[in-house]
Design a binder for this molecule. Structure first.
Ligand code: NDP
Ligand code: BG6
Length: 514
């Protein structure tokens, strides 16, 4: 049956069965989801709302309880009030929302004191079914307290009768060395199969679709290589700046914020060989193999930019990065980067993988684009454009293949058009879950396929650390670009130099959807 024809409750019913299988009926353990940093921004904007949506849709195991922990002295009512604006609750759902918060409790404590964690453990054990419960610990915390908190959880809060899983958010360190220190610390406390490192791009529909697209179709495999692909472009663009987050961002920059994780993960899924199976470790083994074939990025293959205000713009767009009072003046932190990577293996040798990301650009967009080589032996007088396969991750998920066709009618000339799979017209009634919904469910189910393994992380840092150190040592001002533009022109020059062809002739006419 196509997913198009299912009702909402059928979809959730099927999904629940797929997630928990027959185990569901025999499962007796309570689950406790513990949010450390429950008073913070991530918890309020993302984690609590996600848990609520999963609860509302009946996707969590029946006996799931939620415990918040942070330094502030708060009540569940305070948490509820802080989260409510982000939870999208309809009037009909208010009873269900009360049931959700009825399963919540909150405890305040200090992150570096074992006494607080002993208290937390006492609280967890006092909950119905708590002493034998499976425990999921979500670290929605600044990295500065990861060490203490993970050690305290391990020593004082793990359940001996149920399983224990730790969910960690980026940044996983600042470079190869600091990331390795964190990995060594975590692996001294937890086994790798207990650690869930989130890269939320791995929870996105179209990122997950890359494997099915590649390995579930006959047509792409034979052309997915250096003989047919001229270049691969991986793009992340945001139409707003760092306003309000400038202090945090300035310490990291766009390479650590987006390129080293989100874009590199997409690169792995595009470039890896077919895994032996869809088991999490088979998939991650292949991702690691690809990363091992990528040499560290070199400065001549990189263009860095920083946005300046647009005097003709409105509101925030009038302000440049350095106009943010939380950003130190004279900051050399890039808010835009284009970098070219090469995968030195038999499939990809010589093919540029162009990673582009930036803040305060002309649009919101994340996509994977394969540009194919020219057709050899042209008989159409150079009127054919290169084929492109585009997987648009967001917004408006779509897969389209830009291709040549005969201009319809009495003509006999080639014209560029597209095969278009636009999700909102093809899958009208399907609601795509948010990345965090999928990933949190995966943690409940113990599936690590969409989480970053420690060796993947090490390879990712190996590729970017020399460049990051060089940028920080040189303190060279990035190229300015105007808020709302496509970024510095030098980035287009770089991608042209490595072989990306842009003709500027393609015009897409949006079909009517009703
Ligand atoms: P374009 O020809 O507009 O862009 C192709 C690529 O060229 C993009 O990577 C773009 O980068 C880059 N580019 C744009 N300007 C320049 C420049 N001056 N120099 C160098 N490179 C440049 O084709 P698209 O495939 O992007 O399609 C055009 C529009 O049609 C898009 O908005 C797309 O989403 C839409 N479309 C939607 C479909 C759907 O919803 N199903 C199907 C087909 C198309 P950059 O990202 O920086 O602009
Ligand atoms: C985060 C970055 O990882 O991803 C942010 O830290 C960025 O800077 C965000 O805005 C983008 O996520 P999404 O899902 O909105 O594309």
């Amino acid at each position: 049956m196509s997913s198009q024809t299912l009702t909402r409750s059928e979809v959730f019913g099927q999904l629940r069965k797929e997630l928990y299988g027959e185990e569901q009926s025999t499962q007796t353990n309570t689950h406790i989801f513990i949010i450390l940093g429950a008073s913070g921004d991530l918890a309020k904007k993302k984690i609590y709302p996600t848990l609520w949506w999963l609860f509302r849709d009946g996707l969590l195991p029946d006996d799931t309880l939620f415990v918040g922990f942070a330094r502030s002295k708060l009540t569940v009512e305070d948490i509820r009030a802080a989260c409510l604006p982000h939870m999208k609750v309809t009037a009909a759902e208010s009873e269900s929302l009360s049931a959700f918060f009825g399963k919540n409790s909150y405890l305040s404590g200090t992150y570096d004191e074992s006494g607080s964690f002993k208290q937390l453990d006492g609280h967890l054990s006092s909950l119905p079914g708590g002493s034998g419960a499976n425990r999921l610990f979500y670290l929605a915390l600044p990295p500065s307290v990861y060490h203490h908190v993970s050690a305290n959880i391990r020593h004082h809060c793990t359940s001996s009768r149920g399983w224990n899983r730790l969910i960690v958010e980026k940044p996983f360190g600042r470079d190869l060395q600091s990331s390795q220190q964190l990995s060594v610390h975590l692996s001294s406390l937890f086994k790798e199969d207990q650690i869930y490192r989130i890269d939320h791009y791995l929870g996105k529909e179209m990122v997950q679709n890359l494997m099915v697209l590649r390995f579930g179709n006959r047509i792409f495999g034979p052309i997915w290589n250096r003989d047919n692909v001229a270049c691969v472009v991986l793009t992340f663009k945001e139409p707003f700046g760092t306003q309000g987050r400038g202090g945090y961002f300035d310490d990291f920059g766009i390479i650590r914020d987006v390129m080293q994780n989100h874009l590199l993960q997409m690169l792995c899924l595009v470039a890896m060989e077919k895994p032996a199976s869809t088991s999490p470790d088979d998939v991650r083994d292949e991702k690691v193999k690809v990363l091992k074939c990528v040499s560290p990025v070199e400065a001549p293959d990189v263009v860095l930019g920083q946005y300046i205000g647009n005097p003709d713009g409105k509101g925030h767009s009038r302000l440049g990065y350095q106009d943010d009072p939380t950003v130190p003046s004279g900051s050399c932190t890039p808010t835009f980067a284009t970098a070219v990577l090469y995968v030195h293996n038999e499939r990809w040798d010589g093919v540029p993988f162009i990673l582009r990301c930036g803040k305060a650009l002309n649009e919101r967009k994340a996509e994977v684009r394969l540009q194919f080589t020219d057709v050899p032996g042209d008989i159409f007088g150079e009127r054919c454009q290169r084929n492109e396969l585009v997987v648009r991750v967001q917004p408006d998920e779509a897969i389209y293949l830009k291709m040549m066709t005969k201009r319809p009618g009495v003509y006999f000339s080639p014209e560029e058009t597209e095969l278009d799979l636009t999700y909102k017209s093809r899958y009208k009634d399907v609601k795509l879950p948010d990345a965090y919904e999928r990933l949190i469910l995966d943690v409940f189910c113990g599936n690590q396929m969409h989480f970053v393994r420690s060796d993947e992380l090490r390879e990712a840092w190996r590729i970017f650390t020399p460049l990051l150190h060089q940028i920080e040592a040189e303190k060279k001002a990035p190229l300015p670009y105007t808020y709302g533009s496509r970024g510095p022109a030098e980035a287009d020059d770089l991608v042209k130099r490595v072989g990306f062809r842009y003709e500027g002739k393609y015009k897409w006419v949006q079909p009517h959807t009703n």
